[in-house]
Design a protein around this ligand. Structure first.
Ligand code: SAH
Length: 205
């Protein structure tokens, strides 16, 4: 945590508080427990990884979330990132996280329950590559896997002044991309290079 602040990844009080409140060891497999707080990605099985803490901090800061917001996460994994977002949006907000691998989604639910967050985060199983219209609109959408391009239907899931954060590029190298919607207009910003596992599915790789 100190390292995340010193390096400038954690810059705001809500994110500092959220990252400090979520016990990462509850969200990583027992096989990598000892590395739970190391600042690098960890294997979670099924050829997937949980992002390094600094990447979660960068993304949650870049999303500029506030209390009471409804957030969609695509790529729920074991639920760690969703838990951090849930702390930022607080008890009046809600996080919906979509995970395509059922076994991971089940474990994410258990982890979120153990962290006391099951009423603030809903884990759904399915393909979220084009968004998840069922609970739209969302104030924020955070994608934790790499998309080949921006999906228009995903952008349509945003509220009128919503924001989408998504790694866009090839399976090996992407650019973290922020899309800000103001009514019918959207602004696209590139925030820097990153590497995520591929977003697979209808609008995926
Ligand atoms: N945010 C997670 C880590 C995500 S790893 C955590 O904190 O633990 C990326 C995840 O995206 C993987 O679990 C992968 O199965 C999932 N994924 C890939 N394509 C997807 C899709 N189309 N819909 C939903 N999940 C997807």
């Amino acid at each position: 945590m100190e390292h995340l602040e010193r390096s400038g990844y954690v810059r705001s009080d809500p994110v500092r508080h959220a990252m400090g409140s979520v016990r990462r060891e509850l969200f990583v497999p027992t096989s990598v427990q000892r590395a739970a707080y190391a600042d690098h990605p960890l294997e979670i099985g099924h050829h997937q990884t949980i992002s390094a803490p600094h990447m979660v901090a960068i993304m949650v800061e870049a999303m500029r979330c506030s209390e009471g917001q409804r957030v969609l996460e695509v790529g729920g994994g074991l639920g760690y990132h969703a838990a951090v977002i849930a702390h930022v949006v607080g008890p009046t907000g809600h996080v919906f996280t979509v995970e395509r691998i059922e076994a991971l989604a089940r474990r994410a639910r258990d982890n979120l329950e153990a962290a006391g967050l099951s009423d603030r985060v809903t884990v759904v199983v399915g393909d979220g590559s084009c968004g998840w219209p069922e609970h739209a609109p969302y104030d924020r959408i955070s994608v934790a896997c790499a998309a080949p391009r921006l999906s228009e239907t995903m952008v349509d899931n945003l509220s009128e002044d919503g924001m989408l954060l998504i790694p866009v590029g090839s399976p090996y190298m992407q650019e973290l991309t922020r899309v800000t919607r103001k009514g019918n207009r959207t602004t696209v910003e590139r925030l820097g290079g990153c590497i995520f596992v591929p977003l697979v599915g209808k609008c995926g790789q």
